[in-house]
Ligand binder design. Structure first.
Ligand SMILES: *Cc1c(COP(=O)(O)O)cnc(C)c1O
Length: 483
């Protein structure tokens, strides 16, 4: 435990009242219990697991009903505060939330539009980088800034991205004094706009690294760095990938804002979620455990359908990544799925640990009991490349809504799961982030919002790196030293 002391020193003494601090535990059952702020700064647990709240706070039906019509920031405060224990005063936490969402273009932050009778689209792309990851990342930026300034500490953030996380992280942390950010992205496998968003900010604390490999390679190198304790402690590594518990928490909020505007808790609501790393849909699971009456939570995958296959067969089997037109979902190791397994196995860290050991050889089988729990919690579906493109075209014809390819995967799968319960499909990115695929599907070029029109002309700063741990570590140390 010794090396955690500097990073994880106790925050300034808080008031004695309410000291029943919410604790966070690892999905592998073998790491120290932490407070919210500690778990947020730590990212990956030291036993390789992911942090989850020891007990999920609940909201009464009255408290949920009272959210209807409130500003997004107020809903965010009420939904998230119980998870943060004593880490922030109400005033501090309200300030953090206000600053996090001030840069969103739409006053509603997460506006809901109607696609068809009983089918709605939750537009999560109104933030600075035009993807839903801004909801979590902008909040994390403000949380880190607040907490590190209070502790007078610095950290190094290293993240892997399939495109959208990286730009969201760079946008959230650029220019912050107490943080250096290094983002690994798969060279040549992100869209031009995604790359530009990562490589054009010129702040000296943000670094975009184009790795020779795919997203799983990027993710694996980040995990390696976290598992190298000397390096991890030497540069004070912190993670903001979707495994960060604070990111998942930020995503719980819009399930509440959307459901209450459709009549929850008096009416049930279903959600379909374009899924890759399982962070976004897992937030829906948390919302349901908190008391939000969610009927179905539907996992929508593209042709990289490991999660859909797992739901059908009970076997989680890696199968290589095939690049698709929805690249932010092109993965075969879905890191937050570990959290779903933790609950499906009745919070048995040892069982999860065992499965993750088996995965090193490429696959594991889920027990019958755990499969029943998973099928109780989630439904699933997949969309092929052709189906995704056809959905972009037909949705534009039917409702005038222009979908990004990820959102189109969601809409396709949602349509297979419509019922009397209102269905909300999460629109995870703005169509202009993926102009080639959208134009090919519907014959019309999706325009960038006005404040980004000059994006393609801005100058890039990027460093190509081989898929080698030692080299990456040296580069990171050198860059930090020369700041
Ligand atoms: C990250 C991302 C997803 C997948 O979200 P997960 O939380 O990883 O499941 C889907 N769509 C877009 C546009 C994304 O950026």
């Amino acid at each position: 435990m010794g090396h955690d002391d500097a990073l994880l020193s106790a925050p300034d003494a808080q008031t004695e009242k309410g000291l029943r601090a919410v604790k966070y535990i690892s999905t592998r059952g073998n790491a120290p219990e932490l407070t919210f702020a500690e778990a947020m700064l730590t990212g990956l647990a030291r036993d390789g697991g992911l942090y989850v709240p020891k007990k999920i706070p609940t909201m009464s039906q009255d408290d949920i009903a009272a959210l209807a019509g409130l500003p997004y920031e107020e809903i965010a405060f009420r939904v998230m505060k119980p998870f943060t224990g004593d880490c922030f005063t109400d005033e501090e936490f309200k300030g953090i939330i206000e600053r996090a969402y001030a840069g969103f273009r739409h006053k509603a932050r997460a506006p809901l539009v109607q696609l068809a009778p009983n089918h709605y689209l939750l537009e999560l792309f109104q933030g600075p980088t035009l993807a839903f990851k801004d909801f979590a990342m902008q909040l994390i930026g403000q949380l880190f800034q607040f907490e590190l300034a209070r502790r007078e500490e610095r950290v190094t953030i290293v993240g892997a991205t399939s495109g959208d996380t990286g730009s969201a992280a760079i946008e959230a942390f650029r220019g912050l004094d107490n943080v250096d950010v290094f983002i690994l992205f798969p060279d040549g496998r992100v869209s031009d706009i995604q790359r530009k968003q990562m490589t054009t900010p010129d702040d000296s604390n943000v670094h975009a690294l184009a790795l020779e490999g795919d997203f799983d390679d990027c993710q694996a190198r980040v995990k390696d760095m976290f598992n190298d304790f000397d390096f991890r402690d030497g540069v004070k590594l912190a993670g903001v990938n979707s495994i960060n518990c604070a990111r998942v928490l930020a995503q719980v909020v819009y399930y509440f804002s959307a459901a209450t505007s459709l009549g929850a808790p008096h009416r049930k609501v279903s959600f379909t979620v374009p899924t890759g790393n399982f962070g976004d849909i897992f937030a829906g699971y948390i919302a349901k455990q908190m008391g939000l009456p969610i009927e179905d939570l539907v996992i929508a995958t593209n042709q990289n359908d490991i999660l859909h296959r797992t739901m059908e067969t009970g076997a989680y089997t890696k199968d290589g990544v095939t690049p698709s037109i929805s690249p932010s979902m092109d993965i075969q190791v879905s890191s937050n799925f570990e959290r779903a397994l933790f609950y499906a196995y009745d919070r048995d860290g040892e069982a999860v640990s065992q499965l993750m050991e088996e995965l090193k050889d490429g696959s594991f089988s889920i027990s019958q009991g755990a499969m029943e729990a998973l099928r109780e919690a989630y439904k699933s579906g997949r969309a092929s490349e052709e189906e995704t493109a056809a959905t972009i075209k037909s949705e534009f014809a039917d409702s005038g809504e222009v979908l990004c390819p990820h959102s189109a995967v969601g809409v396709k799968v949602a349509k297979e799961n419509l019922s009397e319960t209102p269905m909300v499909t999460l629109a995870t990115a703005h169509p202009a982030k993926f102009p080639a695929a959208v134009e090919k599907a519907m014959g019309k070029h999706p325009a960038l919002p006005p404040h980004m029109e000059d994006m393609m002309d801005r100058e890039e700063r990027v460093c190509k790196v081989p898929n080698q741990l030692a080299l990456l570590q040296t580069l990171i140390k050198d860059r930090i030293a020369s700041r």
